[in-house]
Design a protein around this ligand. Structure first.
Ligand code: DLL
Length: 433
């Protein structure tokens, strides 16, 4: 089933909608947001110069720093009387980024999430257990409104309290779980440890997982061990929150809801747009947002747009699984590495789990990369020979697939601290000095 008719419009019709929505958005931001007026004036661009969606590359970019500099409400295009909600980032590295919503923005947001839930087969007969954090983070409340729109029964569990999550999921008969992939794995491991039989005790049929870059290996493992279909949900608070894109039953790629969020891929160095099929930074323009319309927002996320038609009947463009963030990319002795690529390489080795951390430090002039990873329960930790052999195997896998030299630290199951939100995969000690 497809939630809304816009998801399967003929491409030409969709382009007409995008054009008229872009023209409206551009004239609104020019009239109501001083920063955009300034940015347009600086390059001599008038709103009338934007005549079609093809003119989008004439527009200036927006960056996270623009939101920080306009803290808290400087980029809002409506008076406060029209705002019904504020969310914000945690702001651990400076001022938080603040985002606002009108009533209509909340409706658009819920609609995006309803589209993804429908991809997962969720209907009004389902019980959706939401273990994304509620509060200023967009995950919990975003999923909440979308699941309510679908008419499902919502369990607003929020994050934390892992063993209680497992108990409630079993007792209430959750059929869909929405949380970060790492937290879904943590709930699973906790449930197994506490003696639940995953197949017998749980009724789960789908997972709506996102908010952090995740390898194919971890996704497949979650799908297999929970016995569910895995649906990726993508989004970012600056654009609206979760529900910008989601994966259907026919593909691992994510359909982007282009009638509301127009995607481009650019080269992060030259800032030039790249054609479909090429890897680069995802840039999104909101086409219907009222409170915080955003022009060519540099998401920092690295992906590829895929224009192939999908068997599900949706015509909206797909993007590949996010490979990582431009600013997450580690450069280790000159080689570019994304944590999710390391995760993918680790997933080829059956004696270890996908609980790992990458630690990078400087040794003299050279970068040294260590991967700390938990072995599986069956691995004998007292057999030095077997452990050394396993270390060599992991080293060879990382060298062959990613061209990086690494040292491997094998640790016992359940040693690495678990995340109840987004996982901390990298400790880069080089930047601490
Ligand atoms: O993480 C919104 C969200 C909540 C998405 C729940 C999905 C589910 P932010 O905290 O603003 O918003 O972080 C946005 O998280 O730029 C990506 O780097 C990453 N991200 C989000 N979804 C995915 C995904 C939420 N499905 C940042 N795959 C984004 C990979 C993702 N990375």
């Amino acid at each position: 089933m497809i939630w809304s008719i816009e998801e399967s419009l003929p491409r030409e019709k969709l382009r007409q909608i995008q054009t008229s929505r872009l023209i409206e958005t551009v004239s609104k931001v020019y009239a109501n947001v001083p920063l955009y007026k300034k940015k347009f004036d600086e390059i001599g661009l008038k709103p009338e110069d934007i005549k079609s969606i093809d003119d989008i590359s004439k527009l200036p970019f927006t960056k996270k720093q623009d939101l920080r500099d306009s803290y808290p409400f400087g980029l809002f295009a409506v008076p406060n009387s029209q705002l019904v909600r504020i969310h914000s980032s945690s702001g651990t590295t400076g001022k938080p980024t603040v985002v606002g919503y009108t009533k209509n923005d909340i409706n658009v947001w819920a609609e995006g999430i309803a589209r993804v839930l429908t991809m997962g087969g969720v209907t009004n007969n389902d019980i959706v257990h939401i273990a994304y954090g509620y509060g200023l983070f967009t995950g919990g409340l975003g999923l909440h409104d979308g699941a309510t729109l679908v008419g499902a029964t919502v369990v607003p569990s929020s994050g934390g309290f892992t063993s209680r999550q497992a108990m409630l999921m079993k007792d209430f008969g959750a059929t869909a779980l929405a949380c970060t992939p790492t937290f879904a794995m943590h709930i699973l491991e906790t449930a197994e440890q506490e003696g639940y039989d995953i197949n017998r005790d749980f009724k789960l049929k789908c997972g709506i997982f996102g908010a952090e870059p995740t390898s194919r290996g971890l996704k497949d493992e979650l799908a297999k061990r929970w016995g569910i279909s895995y649906h990726d949900i993508y989004g970012l608070s600056e654009i609206i929150g979760p529900g910008v894109a989601g994966s259907c039953k026919h593909s691992n790629d994510l359909h982007i809801f282009e009638d509301h969020f127009y995607p481009e891929i650019i080269d992060p160095e030259t800032l030039k747009p790249l054609p479909y099929g090429e890897k680069g930074e995802l840039v999104i323009t909101s086409l219907t947002k009222e409170a915080l319309p955003i022009i060519r927002y540099r998401t920092g996320d690295v992906t590829i747009l895929n224009a192939e038609l999908c068997d599900c009947g949706r015509t909206q463009i797909k993007m590949k699984n996010i490979m990582g963030r431009v600013d997450d990319m580690l450069i280790v002795n000159g080689v570019n590495v994304f944590p999710s690529q390391v995760e993918h390489a680790l997933s080829n080795i059956k004696e270890i789990t996908l609980n790992y951390q990458i630690i990078v430090e400087k040794k003299g002039y050279l970068d040294k990369l260590e991967v700390m990873v938990e072995v599986t329960e069956d691995m004998p930790m007292d057999s030095i020979g077997a452990l050394e052999q396993l270390q060599k195997k992991i080293q060879a896998e990382l060298l062959n697939s990613l061209f990086i030299h690494s040292s491997i630290k094998l640790v016992e199951p359940r040693t690495i601290e678990r995340s109840q939100g987004k996982a901390v995969r990298v400790i880069d000690k080089r930047s601490l000095k």
